[in-house]
Design a protein around this ligand. Structure first.
Ligand code: AMP
Length: 299
């Protein structure tokens, strides 16, 4: 597809009209929801949408309802022109970039809450965050009507919340979760990495280093939850300014395990920490993902 064929649409009803027409003509519609400031992690999802669907839609919308008071909604990086150029190059047909008022007009008062899965990990530190996420994703699904929606495992809890929501509410969409794309040294790509100074970036690496340390123990046969969690925690404790959590949990239910437990099968290790004012998250599933920073990981 040439650059000229990519369209930026701001109006939800126009977007719906275009995707309705595509589906009517038999096209498979794919959706990648993003908040923009796109990097190679986002673009790996976009490539999958272009590959698997006839019409790829990427939403670029910094969703206010998933930010808490005092979080970085105002200063979140925004550069639609640069994002659009990258999406054009990848063959994306439609970019949906609505204004806040178009999605949350005065009087908007409905939200979607996924209980259980939303409660722990980031849900405990960011009250209301996953309600904001579930609500905006529901709205995007209703506007775009995708056959397939593609998310990253970088936001592992978000992926599980959305999978649950789609199953519980019988939403006619297939959800795909793609691997975390990392820098060569293991740092997970994130739009928020742009906030980091060189010194902070070096300390931010402690999250993926901790996950890699847990992988090394796992590979050597360690199955004690306490030992695996501790391996992930130590570098973060040493380098971050504040540790929100380093948790071991069941990868499906997100049920948090005690240090005295033994890993039943696969084990999710998830971390959230602040480096300077920037809150970073990372995770890995032991027994499933390749270790951060290993040659087999994507870049
Ligand atoms: P965001 O713009 O942060 O809301 O992210 C949009 C989508 O991109 C979400 O499904 C994220 O999980 C995914 N994503 C963000 N960073 C990465 C990454 N490093 N690798 C793969 N997917 C990512």
């Amino acid at each position: 597809m040439s650059a000229r064929e990519t369209q930026i649409v701001r109006d939800p009803s126009k977007l719906r009209f275009l995707t309705d027409a595509a589906r009517l003509s038999g096209d498979r519609v794919g959706l990648v929801p993003t908040m923009g400031a796109l990097h190679s992690g986002h673009l790996s999802l976009v490539d999958e949408a272009v590959r698997c669907c006839d019409l790829a839609v990427v939403s670029v919308f910094v969703n206010p309802t998933q930010f808490g008071p005092g979080e970085d909604f105002e200063r979140y990086p925004r550069d639609l022109e640069r994002d659009a150029a990258a999406l054009c190059e990848r063959g994306v047909a439609l970019i949906f970039a609505p204004e806040v008022d178009a999605l949350y007009p005065e009087g908007h008062s409905t939200s979607v809450r996924v209980s259980g899965l939303s409660a722990g990990l980031c849900g405990a530190n960011r009250p209301g965050h996953f309600e904001g996420v579930a609500t905006i994703v529901t709205k995007l699904f209703n506007i775009v009507g995708p056959c397939r929606a593609i998310f990253g495992r970088k936001d592992y809890q978000q992926l599980k919340v959305i999978e649950r929501m789609v199953a519980d509410l019988d939403m006619p969409v297939e959800v795909a979760g793609l691997p975390t794309v990392r820098e060569r040294d293991g740092l997970a790509l994130s739009s928020r990495n742009a906030y980091l100074s060189a010194e902070q970036r070096a300390r931010a690496l402690s999250l993926s280093r901790g996950l890699a340390a847990a992988h090394a123990l796992w590979r050597d046969g360690e199955r004690s939850v306490g030992a695996l969690r501790e391996a992930a925690l130590i570098p973060v404790q040493r380098s971050a300014d504040r540790v929100d959590y380093v948790t071991a949990a069941d990868p499906q239910t997100l049920f948090e395990l005690d240090d005295g437990d033994f890993a039943p099968g696969k084990l999710l290790i998830a971390a959230a920490a602040r480096v300077g004012p920037t809150r970073l998250i990372d995770n890995t599933v032991l027994g499933e993902d390749s270790p951060p920073g290993s040659a087999s990981e994507e870049e």
